[in-house]
Design a protein around this ligand. Sequence first.
Ligand code: PLP
Length: 452
Amino acid sequence: MAGAYERRTRESARLFARARKVFAGGVNHNARFYEPYPIFVRRAEGSKVWDEDGNAYTDYWMGHMALILGHSPEVVVAALASQLSHGTHYGMPSRLSVELGEEVSRSVPCAEMTRFCNTGAEATMYLVRLARAYTRKRVVVKMAGGWHGYNTELNKGVHSPFDRAESAGIVADEQAHVLTARFNDLASAEDAVRRAEGDAAAILLEPVLGAGGCIPADSDYLRGLRELADRKSIVLAFDEVITGFRVALGGAQEMYGVEPDLATLGKIVGGGLPIGLVCGGREIVSLADPARRRDFVSIGGGTFSENPMTMTAGLATLRYLRRNAGSVYPRLERMGGKLRRGVDAEFSARGVQTFTSGVGSLFLTHFGRKPRNAEEAAAEDKEASHSYALHLMSRGAFLLPGHAGGVSTAHSESDIDTLVRLSGEFADGRRKKEDGDAGPRRSRASHPRRTS
Ligand SMILES: Cc1ncc(COP(=O)(O)O)c(C=O)c1O
């Protein structure tokens, strides 16, 4: 018998059946696949998306957390509408990209210089190349659970058991110079640097572990990594594709007061259009200057890099954020905190152990105890997390199963109140089901592997 989700999403089911014929698994990003099938979106505005069956959802996934101003914010739509009549793609430099580059430098502490590309995956690939060329060393130390996009070398140790390639088709040689350390554990990073035997070029991490469980780093840990990197002449690199312009205008590096040598950003910087960027100190990033005769680091291809539509949407977004930073970030922090505390209180009142992790506007409800790293996050009850997301979707709130969410400026207090209430309702439903069940439950749901 069809459940509540299937009953209200019949057109999505039909589209999924068609999609499976033309796309492997019916999707074009693995994270978008979940059982029984994803909803297919027709329209989005503010905090809401509407699916092909006409159902409205308050969206907490927000385009992989790229949409800090919500869907189709007026300030971005108006700028894009005016840019449309000036051209959608130049393949040549423009004033727009200079202004967006300046905007990034103005806000992000480490960003003396920047290179734009189209995705976060490209940006992290460029970052690794710059760090290796600068240090003349090879090994990248990344964190277990660290997700840096579909970049071959860094597709290692993202999911449990955290010690291998994430995909068939990647040969071990391609990841021979990537070592994995435990997040929030300085001794583990020191050990990885020791194992690199003087060949460590970079320590690369997300200051708030994203796909690995939406877990903020401890301040002491980040400071310890900074000291370790300085002591051993290693590049400290932050992947701020999620945290950039989200946890503060200057990203996690501003929030923690720890400046990396290099950083990657993406998502929010594109204002809802595709982008990635690598930035950092002049001494390192200028190695990518094509006029250099020696030691030129060849990064920055991309037919669509610095395309004027993305630059326009990004400029409108970043300017809005800078002008309104004094109100936007405190509000997001307050709403995020209310959501995290509210959801956990609903579960706790019904005897269900959860911990909603995150910082600022980011959140992820773990069905288990507070995790400090990806290993601990992986041990939680995945079946509960999947059922929770489906319950929310069946009642008009969208969270991608097992993934973090992000509150935007378009969300209202009542959006948050509704999510909190639905969480309590889910806990009630589970208790009833458990009371009625004989023996342990077995889940048939397959759980998507978390990426962002
Ligand atoms: C921390 C982090 N780095 C890199 C990426 C890759 O970005 P993209 O999906 O634009 O390639 C992501 C994507 O979610 C991410 O969360």
